[in-house]
Design a protein around this ligand. Structure first.
Ligand code: AMP
Ligand code: MG
Length: 496
């Protein structure tokens, strides 16, 4: 028995989705877990959410995170959504293995969803078992928390539990549940769900709800739905630019995996790129390379166009005019994305002022990296070191260091123009270029130990390292290095 078992964990639930959006969910309960165990609990996040971490890191907390007890004030429900998956429309997906417990207001007065993922079948499960295996749950925990530490908007992980029950994939695997926290779980696919049913009023309600919850400032615009579309585009463009800046490949940018809030969601077949190659694909189910690294900005616009289609009738009573207005906003997405991306890249190479030639300078570095098979993360990190007068490490990253030297001379000349002291520039670069990202082989190592040996030590250590991605620590070299044998292409699988 835990000393805190007598404290009843308290959530201050305020369930606005359940109150406002009938037709977008079905109430249901989690399936019981036979012998749950709390594997990981996020104290810092619990505090941020205004919850009592001590009360939750307990047997009573475990009962909640395993779905065995519905906490007071929770109105569990499965959300409906549709989605374009690899370009094809699926009119009904929905939470087939997730359950929204409810919403809490955090310390910053932001409304946050608390959701169980892997808690059993729901009316949206179709043929699936509604369960999640331990490996993918820990993977989502790790990569999500890493993204957060990297400053990328993302859903978060509050807890990971094993259920004590096996889930059957090709082989029996330990079942697990992730408690996921999100600004909301509304996706482009949620709008498509309403639109596919021809329910105009419901889609309008969803838009009004999304405006109030995520973009209240747009409510005062002359055309609030157009302003809403623009705001979602802005958030998602900024997000994808951040992904590109850190070499992140989402893997399944289907419209059901793109949030209206602009948070990264669903860490299934995602991964960080090692060697820079724009055509990199990790997902085993993406044979065509639709969601390859370099294609992510294009897909951003494609997905937002699907959102636009659901909003046409709210933009203008004249359909042609509505389409014209939306098309203008859609055309603005790529330039907007490029502005975010370029700003990010400028700071990665230490530039504080804007120069018309910067784009070419940055693209030329990427070309040299591609030709030299250089590690994406390490090149940017080691640029600051080069600036401090130590070029050996960065030169070693390239097959042909001479090509890098030529580029570096141009770069130093460009930096002089800004006129900022070298050490100041180097320090600023270290704050934006991570040294620790979730390297695929390190993630696999941690998950294998957890799943096969029930040893959470490598996971805990990796999570600690990834929580401070910009602070280089002596002794942690193995966490910064690319896989020893990275000639075998890495493959990820959907986290089912
Ligand atoms: P995801 O790959 O997690 O984005 O999921 C795509 C769709 O498949 C969503 O509607 C999920 O709810 C559903 N799904 C994935 N895995 C399962 C499962 N094990 N049982 C039921 N539904 C699932
Ligand atoms: Mg999904």
């Amino acid at each position: 028995m835990d000393a805190h078992d007598h404290i009843r964990p308290h959530f201050n639930f305020d369930n606005s989705f359940a109150r406002s959006l009938e037709g977008f969910f079905i109430s249901c309960q989690a399936e019981p877990a036979s012998a749950p165990k709390l594997l990981q609990f996020n104290h810092a996040l619990a505090k941020e959410l205004g919850l009592d971490p001590v009360a939750l890191d307990s047997k009573a907390g475990l009962e909640i995170f395993s779905g065995n007890v519905t906490p007071e004030g929770s109105e569990p429900l499965a959300q409906g959504y549709a989605g374009h998956q690899f370009g094809g429309f699926a009119p009904q997906l929905g939470d087939g293995r997730a359950l929204l417990l409810g919403e809490v207001i955090d310390n910053l007065k932001q409304r946050r969803d608390i959701q169980l993922k892997g808690s059993g079948r729901t009316p949206f499960s179709r043929g699936g078992d509604g369960k999640a295996a331990l490996g993918p749950v820990l993977r989502e925990y790790l990569i999500g928390e890493s993204m957060h530490a990297l400053g990328v908007p993302t859903t978060r992980a509050l807890a990971a539990v094993t259920t004590g029950d096996d889930v059957y994939r090709e082989i029996p695997l330990p079942g697990a549940i992730l408690t996921r926290v999100a600004a909301s779980h509304i996706r482009i696919g949620t709008f498509e769900f309403g639109a596919a049913r021809g329910d105009v009023d419901k889609v309008r309600k969803l838009a009004d709800y999304s405006i109030a919850r995520h973009y209240p400032e747009t409510a005062n615009s002359e055309n609030q739905y157009l302003a809403f579309f623009e705001a979602v585009s802005d958030a998602q463009a900024a997000l994808v630019a951040r992904w590109m800046n850190i070499g992140f490949i989402h893997g399944v940018m289907n419209t059901d995996n793109m949030t209206i809030s602009g948070e990264t969601i669903d860490y299934g077949p995602c991964a960080f790129m090692d060697t820079y190659a724009p055509s990199t694909v990790f997902s085993s189910i993406d044979a065509q390379g639709r969601y390859a690294y370099a294609n992510q900005p294009v897909i951003l616009s494609w997905n937002l166009t699907r959102l636009a289609e659901t909003l046409i009738r709210f933009i203008n009573t004249d359909k042609d005019r509505a389409i014209e207005l939306l098309t203008d906003k859609i055309k603005a997405i790529q330039p907007l994305y490029e502005t975010y991306w370029l700003a990010g890249m400028r700071s990665k190479i230490g530039l504080s002022e804007k120069d018309p030639d910067d784009l070419e300078l940055i693209n030329d570095l990427l070309l040299v990296m591609e030709g030299g098979h250089a590690d994406f993360t390490l090149v940017f990190r080691r640029l600051a070191q080069a600036l401090r007068g130590h070029s050996d490490e960065i030169r070693q990253l390239f097959d042909e260091p001479d090509a890098f030297d030529v580029w570096a001379r141009r770069w130093r000349k460009r930096l002089k123009k800004d006129g900022v002291a070298v050490e100041t520039v180097a320090q600023a670069m270290d704050l934006v270029n991570p040294i620790y990202i979730p390297r695929n082989h390190k993630v696999e190592e941690a998950l294998t130990a957890a799943v096969d040996q029930e040893d959470m030590t490598p996971f805990a250590k990796l999570l600690t390292v990834l929580s401070h991605p910009f602070d280089e620590v002596v002794g942690n070299e193995a966490y910064a290095a690319p896989a020893p044998n990275s000639s075998i292409p890495y493959r990820t699988f959907c986290g089912t």
